[in-house]
Design a protein around this ligand. Sequence first.
Ligand SMILES: C=CC1=C(C)c2cc3[nH]c(cc4nc(cc5[nH]c(cc1n2)c(C)c5CCC(=O)O)C(CCC(=O)O)=C4C)c(C)c3C=C
Ligand SMILES: [Fe+2]
Ligand SMILES: [Fe+2]
Length: 366
Amino acid sequence: MSSFLPEPPFRHDQSSRIGVLLVNLGTPAAPTSAAIRPYLRQFLSDPRVVEIPKAAWWIILNTFILPFRPKKTAVKYASVWMSEGSPLKVWTEKQSKLVKGWLGEQGHKEVLVDYAMRYGQPSIAAQMDKLKAAGCEKLLILPLYPQYSSSTSATVVDEVSRVMAGYRNQPALRTVRSFHDDEGYIKALAGRVREYWQTKGRGNHLLMSFHGVPRYTLDKGDPYHCYCRKTGRLLAEELDLAESEYTVAFQSRFGRAEWLQPYVTATLKQLGKANTGRLDVICPGFVADCLETLEEIAIEGKQDYLQAGGKDYHFIPCLNDSPLWIDALTALTKKELSGWLLTDNTAIDNTQLCTLSRAQALGAQN
Ligand SMILES: C=CC1=C(C)c2cc3[nH]c(cc4nc(cc5[nH]c(cc1n2)c(C)c5CCC(=O)O)C(CCC(=O)O)=C4C)c(C)c3C=C
Ligand SMILES: [Fe+2]
Ligand SMILES: [Fe+2]
């Protein structure tokens, strides 16, 4: 028997559309251990995320992590939960609505934009099905991780490929690999910092905190570390910062293995002890605020810094729905859709010119 899914009958009257799927990591449906456990199980069972032999990891996960971690994390999630839900979901959903609206305003009504989560809901499979059912024969997958890594963007592509493999009527597919040095993204980050400085004053030092990954992934050729460093350098250049005015560090270490260094906790203690005075902190690797920025950096990070002797600590919010970022994300989407958009000038003009001159030529013959 065929393993390919049945498709609805081909519709001759439906015009072809383009689907854009923004994909973020995922988040539990509620700040409770009951909701966190299945989310963590799915997330931490991904071999791209934890590269330990399957059987050994299964025992560790089910004996030492899943029975305890959800309860501890629930308290942290509760401290940052918004009235509309998890911050990661709230901001990601808003970003997809804004990009759809801004593309529509620019005349690209054939483009449908939605979002999915790699772990939890809405799933990549459900959202790809939805876009396909709405007539999308072309699909752009945009993982909302500026810095490519095997544990982020690649696992999104794995899941998209798995879903594609079940389709009889596959859409054309494009994926965005990394946008760590995209001009619009860097300018949006710089704009976020400048806007903060204008309203709240400016600190003596800027800490750029990126999510960490295990050190062995760098040794095995994952470019994530280099991409984070490059984003940091470009942001510093855009803000005219000297090397002594900023630090790049890595947060959210998980487990006992070595992760990318310097660790953010050690850096905060060092900066606090060194009489830095006021410290500003931004998380450029997260385009939406989430547990890791609002709890780990804005709350815990502040405690670490002040306890070490730091005087004043300011967390600069992530890009979220800032207009410069929505502009950048819309521009990035359009760049990646180049040649697909109906109003793509070069493509349309060429066809029209060609059709016109051919029609004229035929007209001249008759
Ligand atoms: C921004 C990129 C991210 C990378 C790289 C990343 C790697 C990575 N993460 C873990 C373990 C956990 N991460 C958790 C939360 C979390 N991680 C990211 C992003 C990256 N992770 C985000 C956006 C979030 C927040 C989700 C939210 O709901 O707000 C968690 C869950 C929280 C907790 O229990 O601490 C874990 C666990 C590993 C092992 C890893 C390795 C490559
Ligand atoms: Fe590097
Ligand atoms: Fe993480």
